[in-house]
Design a protein around this ligand. Sequence first.
Ligand code: GRG
Length: 305
Amino acid sequence: METVKGADQTAGFKETLAKRTKEVEAVVEQYLPKEEGHQKTIFEAMNYSVRAGGKRLRPMLMEETYRLFGGSGQKIGPFMAAIEMIHTSSLIHDDLPCMDNDELRRGVPTVWVKFGYDMAVLAGDALLIYAVETAAKACTLTDNGGAVARAIGILAAKTGIYGMIGGQVVDVQLTNQPISKEKLDFIYRLKTGALLEASMMIGALLGGADEQQIKKVEEMASLIGLAFQIQDDILDVTATTEQLGKPVYSDEKNQKTTYVTLEGLEKAKLDVAEISARAIQILQELPGDNPFLEGLINRLITREK
Ligand code: GRG
């Protein structure tokens, strides 16, 4: 645990985080569609939701894992943009009246509130498939087309029915019902963990990691996803709407079983720390050195938004 604490307290971590966030945003921005033509409204809705902000955790984890394995060059850029588009598409759909029915996200009105229910459905669909179109642009930035094709496969699998969407299906079906710890873990690993796994696995793959290392990265990212979602549950009952940029007590409103309702707040906090420490242990066993990545994982425990 000491190394976990130390990494986040490295002088300048916050400054580096702010700088890297801006750099990631510049990469994502580069791939957003121009707002022109007869279908201009959909471009506006897509860009509105992506530009609304957010921590940019997934593209950042992707790039840092890429760096960990010595990756350099531009080929990671399209995938960084793609993962943020997919994540944002899921947020748009998650906020819809037929799902969580939320009106505030990333500190601004949700897409369905601003553009209407119909355009929000389409904006989510559009971002999802535009992400694939964007990721495919990496082909022109590398000689290794095989790695790009495999990365697109990972992106699709971790987003789809065996990944995020699969987790959301079980989450929606079990709303208002008691959930066992085992089922809740399943939901968290898929709904939240799968996209983090895709982020870090793609970073590792394009950075030059071998099969065994990619497997280890998947394991580490799964733990990070679990810790991240438990912290999300904690913040839902401990943070403010201003801090989160979205309504608090959303889980209670939607009568959802969470890690906090199942295990209690204190145990949830302890588990976030313990699971994050396990992730950092795996990171330390991997070759390469990236203290910023370690600090980022550690930040999951202390984040307030
Ligand atoms: C349209 C691809 C698609 C999917 C539909 C709605 C749905 C299926 C899935 C929802 C998945 C979901 C919202 C999981 C929760 C993950 C989570 C903790 C989101 C919050 O992530 P942060 O805190 O958000 O990184 P920011 O705003 O900082 O990016």
